[in-house]
Design a binder for this molecule. Structure first.
Ligand code: NAD
Ligand code: UFG
Length: 337
């Protein structure tokens, strides 16, 4: 019995594959490499010392999915595949709805046809939109404010409807807060295309000398130091959450949602300071205007995952910065194949 990991060559997928392989799971990765490199999977293989199947292909390709579910004995799916850049989703909404929503529907149709009814889906804290209640529990109102967030919300709804129509399905929706960090080996990590949109890869690239300074998007928020507060979570803790979710699927949980965050908020200034302490590198910065759509603060109430999955984040901000720096300094150009 194998786990099908869509998007397994990506940032979170590659770290999860390492942990799945180390825990003894058989793994089949399906990824079209639109935002990742084969080299990441070669490194997953060297870290884990385990072999696994890789199929280069698209979740929109129904014939390919049919073959995958025929050729391998899959009993559950972890579904990471998707596009994730908020700004790009505003500029190219159809690309996002097609790839993420139509792609997911195609995957779910293939699962239904082959009687594979166990799924863990990568959702996001972005489905909450701008929430005025902190920390954010799973029962908070949903209201994504951009096309990317709406794809996540729609896929959640589709999965809830599938479960309502057939209680034989088991659906775990994981809403990640802000994934950062890298495998402690420094062999795999986050490798964004072009100039990073997100804070941690931006800081890392400033630290390594690829970018000049960090633009801090506003220091006039109603937070203690005026900069935005987020719930950063180490990607290794996040990966561990997926293993816990896979185990939970065996208890026939129905369709359930969990926040994966630490419950602790960190400001932009605090993150820059922590990165300096972890790397020993000065991080020049300048304060610029707010980025449209950014909330002042966003952090999770992760207690449901603690209670029901037996999962809690173990790594703190220092380890997140240390491991991001380890990856960035060993791989200043990211994967180079
Ligand atoms: P990533 O871009 O590194 O990984 C996604 C992978 O999916 C890539 O390897 C890409 O090539 C693949 N892919 C995309 N479309 C595909 C398709 N049609 N068919 C096959 N493969 C396809 O992103 P990530 O950071 O690892 O995120 C994984 C998942 O988690 C995504 O669904 C993302 O939306 C979600 N998520 C990410 C974050 C974050 O900040 N990184 C936060 C919340 C949720
Ligand atoms: N920030 C800067 N400068 C930068 C980048 C970010 O000051 O160059 C600030 C932002 O204003 C925010 C904080 O750093 O206060 C974090 O910003 P990120 O872009 O790293 O993360 P976001 O919280 O905006 O969003 C990310 C993903 C979303 C996802 C969300 C929750 O981009 O897709 O986390 O998982 F939905």
């Amino acid at each position: 019995m194998a786990v099908l990991v869509t998007g397994g060559a990506g940032y979170i997928g590659s770290h999860t594959c390492v942990q799945l392989l180390e825990a003894g799971y058989d793994v089949v990765v399906l990824d079209n490499l639109s935002n990742s490199k084969q080299e990441a999977l070669d490194r997953v293989n060297s870290i884990s010392g385990k072999r696994f199947e890789f199929i280069k292909g698209d979740i929109l390709d129904i014939d390919l999915l049919d073959r995958v579910f025929t050729d391998y004995t899959i009993d559950s799916v972890i579904h990471f595949a998707g596009l994730k850049a908020v700004g790009e989703s505003v500029a190219k909404p159809l690309l996002y709805y097609h790839n993420n929503v139509a792609g997911s529907i195609t995957l779910f149709e293939a699962m239904q046809k082959h009687n594979v009814k166990n799924i863990v889906f990568s959702s996001s804290a972005t489905v909450y939109g701008i929430s005025d209640r902190m920390p954010i529990g799973e029962d908070a109102a949903l209201g994504p404010i951009n096309p990317y967030g709406r794809t996540k919300y729609m896929i959640e709804e589709i999965l809830r409807d599938i479960y309502a129509s057939d209680n034989g399905w088991n659906v775990i929706l994981l809403r990640y807060f802000n994934p950062v960090g890298a495998h402690p080996s420094g062999l795999i990590g986050e490798d964004p295309n072009g100039i990073p949109n997100n804070l941690m890869p931006y800081i890392s690239q400033v630290a390594v000398g690829k970018l000049k300074d960090v633009n801090i998007f506003g220091d006039d928020y109603p937070t203690p130091d005026g900069t935005g507060i987020r719930d950063y979570i180490h990607v290794m803790d996040l990966a561990d959450g997926h293993l816990k979710a896979l185990e939970k699927l065996k208890d026939s949980p129905g369709a359930v949602v969990y926040n994966l965050g630490t419950g602790k908020g960190t400001s932009v200034f605090e993150m820059i300071d922590a990165f300096y302490r972890a790397s020993g590198r000065e991080i020049p910065y300048r304060v610029t205007s707010r980025r449209p759509g950014d909330a002042a603060e966003c952090y999770a109430d992760p207690s449901k995952a603690a209670k029901e999955l037996g999962w809690a984040a173990r790594r703190g901000i220092f380890e997140m910065c240390r491991d991001s720096w380890n990856w960035q300094s060993q791989n200043p150009e990211g994967y180079t194949e």
